[in-house]
Design a protein around this ligand. Structure first.
Ligand SMILES: [Zn+2]
Length: 155
C-alpha cells in the first residue's frame, strides 16, 4: 500500500450529516431539502479509512458498493493504492470496469448519496468524505474480497 495519509474530511455535502441515532441501533439522516428521515441500518456513518475500504454510490444515489483496498480485482484495476487517493484516471479506470448496479445506473466517484424521497444529495462521494452510508440492498464486496464478481469480464 502507499503511504499517503491524506483523507478527505468533508466536502460540500459530506461531513455535514444531520444525523440522529435511534435506540434500536440504526440511524436517521435528515434531508436538508425535504426533511425526510432516511433510515440506515448501521449504528454510525462508516469510516472507509478505518476499514481500508472503498465505496461508491450508484447514479440514483440509493445503493452503495463497498470493497476492500486489498481486493485482488481492485488492485489489478488500479494498483495498490487506497480508494480515497485515486487520481482521476485511476477512478475512470475502475468505473469503466464495474458492472452497473442492478438498479439505479452506474457506480461512479461523482455520485453522492441521495435522499430516498426527494433525491437531493445527503452525503458526499468518497472524493468529499471518508464516511459512507450503506443503503439497504447495497453490494458489500468487502466480505470475501469479491469485487471481481462486479467487474466486466471483457474489461
Ligand atoms: Zn429529501
Amino acid at each position: 500500500m502507499g503511504t499517503q495519509s491524506y483523507k478527505p474530511d468533508g466536502g460540500e455535502v459530506g461531513g455535514e450529516l444531520d444525523l440522529v441515532k435511534t435506540p434500536d441501533g440504526n440511524m436517521v439522516v435528515r434531508c436538508r431539502n425535504c426533511a425526510y428521515g432516511n433510515i440506515f441500518h448501521q449504528p454510525y456513518p462508516y469510516h472507509a479509512g478505518f476499514g481500508n475500504q472503498g465505496f461508491l454510490y450508484n447514479d440514483a444515489g440509493n445503493r452503495t458498493l463497498i470493497w476492500s483496498t486489498f481486493d485482488p480485482a481492485y488492485c489489478s484495476a488500479v494498483g495498490s493504492v487506497h480508494p480515497w487517493v485515486l487520481d482521476s484516471s485511476q477512478r475512470l479506470a475502475l468505473e469503466s470496469k464495474l458492472l452497473e448496479s442492478t438498479t439505479g445506473g452506474r457506480w461512479a466517484f461523482g455520485n453522492p448519496a441521495r435522499c430516498l424521497q426527494c433525491h437531493e444529495p445527503i452525503s458526499g462521494p468518497i472524493t468529499d468524505t471518508i464516511y459512507y452510508l450503506q443503503y439497504d440492498d447495497s453490494v458489500d464486496a468487502d466480505e470475501g474480497l469479491k469485487l471481481g464478481q462486479f467487474i466486466r469480464s471483457s474489461a
